[in-house]
Design a protein around this ligand. Structure first.
Ligand code: AMP
Ligand code: MG
Length: 487
């Protein structure tokens, strides 16, 4: 393995220095023949990285981890996690590396992280690698989420390695370069807690407070205030997911951040038909992470975070439990408030409308959508046209026309704000059939469909001519969609 310097990238090593017990110094496997598949130029610029450099041979070596900039010390991060409810005390980055932290144009620290960069000491039975399709899926979906205004990790680049990856069949391999405000997870705290080293747990919490929730530092109980801040961030995040119809697919505690950013896009997908029981992931046979379960699962995961934090919350365990339970109690009202406010905006309901009237309208429309398996995104976007008196296309999404007409009459009487609705109901999301089409073509070497899809979802609220097929529901023959964790 050759290691050449790339001195133009000022990567810090704060995580590795402050939390060495959770950072294994490690190097990426070399990539035999790196080729850039996609580069996020605006994000590169925001991070102070020169897109021209990233496209160069040295830049590609940085993006696959073959070249380590002077002063950087890449590490595999340790974390634990509840996977489908079962606790695993040692997971960690099995195929990922934290290259280090960059200061962005916003003055904040951002992790630069690689996924698919080879086996690490946490790899267990895995090969440490990733295929082109799943890395491009993370790129497309995370960038769509960012454009929709949902907090998320970002994707900087996907580089094909020139190495084959063996899944069910041999596939081209790739490395994703990912950017996050940090990679601290609920599972990071569970790892520190499981070591029984309270000093490590405290340093981790201090690191998290300083990077994400600095207001907690001045609170009477800073670690309880940290927990409160994570509860608030996750309640707001999951409400955003529900409002755009996002199904994460694998909400294990190691896939939930302390920052409140969406992380680890594996078997994720957006709803086609509105149905709370929707599960796309092939491994989620019990439906634990179904669309409609996501708020309850988030609350469950936060309870696991509270358990990990207990020794910092109060010396007396009973008191710590009482305080944590009280804080966790804020999740439901916070989630409900965020979701209800979002639904009111999606329906363009006037400010000051009575809560009972608003929630009855919301409940009734969701019942109609579910009964007729109506396309979630098309319905909400189309509703602004109904408000403007041009409702036929949207009406035709329903079988129960009398039910729809009755609801519309009551809703239109409230004079809904059609322009406001267009600002919150996207035209373009990464629809499942379009994602599949783009990834299949990219895997076969044609990046054009991916480019067109990225173009559509990067500006999701503005309807543009020529992009009609990106706004349309899946064709009838698309069938039941399945996503795979075998990423
Ligand atoms: P995920 O469900 O993708 O978030 O991953 C769960 C755990 O499995 C993490 O510790 C990953 O690092 C690890 N992992 C997933 N895929 C691989 C792989 N191909 N090789 C090594 N470790 C992996
Ligand atoms: Mg993960």
């Amino acid at each position: 393995m050759s290691v050449a310097p790339a001195p133009t990238v000022p990567l810090g090593d704060r995580f590795a220095r402050e939390l060495p017990e959770m950072a294994r110094p490690w190097r990426a496997e070399d990539a035999p023949d790196p080729k850039l598949l996609v580069l996020n130029e605006p994000l590169a610029t925001e991070l102070g990285l020169d897109p021209g450099f990233l496209r160069s041979a040295d830049g590609l070596r940085l993006l696959v981890g073959a070249a380590v900039p002077d002063g950087a010390s890449p590490v595999a991060q340790a974390y634990a996690g509840h996977q489908f409810g079962g606790f695993v005390p040692r997971l960690g980055d099995g195929r990922a590396l934290l290259l280090g932290e960059l200061v962005g144009a916003d003055g904040c620290l951002h992790d630069l992280h690689l996924k698919g960069s080879g086996r690490t000491p946490f790899a267990r039975g895995g090969d440490g690698l990733a295929a082109v399709g799943p890395m491009l899926r993370e790129y497309v979906v995370s960038e769509a989420m960012a454009a929709l205004g949902v907090p998320t990790t970002r994707s900087l680049a996907v580089v094909a390695t020139g190495r084959e990856v063996y899944r069910e069949t041999p596939l081209p391999g790739a490395v994703l370069a990912r950017v996050a405000s940090s990679h601290l997870r609920v599972g990071s705290f569970q790892y520190a807690r499981a070591t029984d080293d309270v000093d490590l747990l405290r340093r981790l919490a201090d690191h998290a407070i300083s990077r994400h929730h600095p207001g907690a530092a001045g609170a009477e109980r800073p670690y309880l205030a940290l927990f409160d801040a994570v509860v608030a961030a996750q309640a707001s995040l999951v409400a955003r997911w529900m409002l755009v119809g996002f199904v994460h697919g694998v909400m294990n505690t190691d896939n939930m951040t302390i920052s409140g950013e969406t992380i680890d896009y594996g078997p994720c997908a957006f709803l086609d038909a509105f149905d709370p029981t929707t599960v796309y992931s092939s491994i989620d046979s019990g439906g634990r992470y179904a669309y409609g379960n996501q708020p309850v699962v988030a609350e469950w995961n936060l309870a696991r975070l509270a358990e990990a934090l207990l020794p910092l919350i109060d010396d007396e365990q009973e008191r710590a439990v009482t305080l944590a339970v009280e804080s966790l109690g804020a999740f439901r009202p916070r989630y409900s408030d965020a979701w209800s406010a979002g639904m009111r905006a999606k329906l363009g309901l006037p400010e000051g409308l009575d809560d009972a009237v608003a929630s009855a309208l919301v409940d009734e429309v969701l019942t109609l959508l579910r009964a007729d398996r109506v396309d979630h995104t098309s319905f909400f976007r189309g509703l602004a046209a109904v408000a403007r008196g041009d409702g036929e296309t949207t009406r035709n999404l329903f079988l129960d026309l009398a039910g729809f007409d009755g609801w519309v009459a009551r809703w239109r009487a409230l004079d809904p704000d059609a322009d406001g609705m267009d600002r919150v109901n996207p035209v373009y999301i990464p629809r499942n059939h379009l994602v599949e089409e783009a990834l299949e073509a990219a895997t076969a070497g044609n990046l054009n469909p991916l480019g067109r899809l990225l173009d559509a979802v990067s500006d999701p609220y503005t309807r543009r001519p020529g992009l009609e097929r990106y706004a349309a529901p899946a064709p009838e023959d698309f069938g039941a969609y399945r996503t795979f964790c075998g990423t």
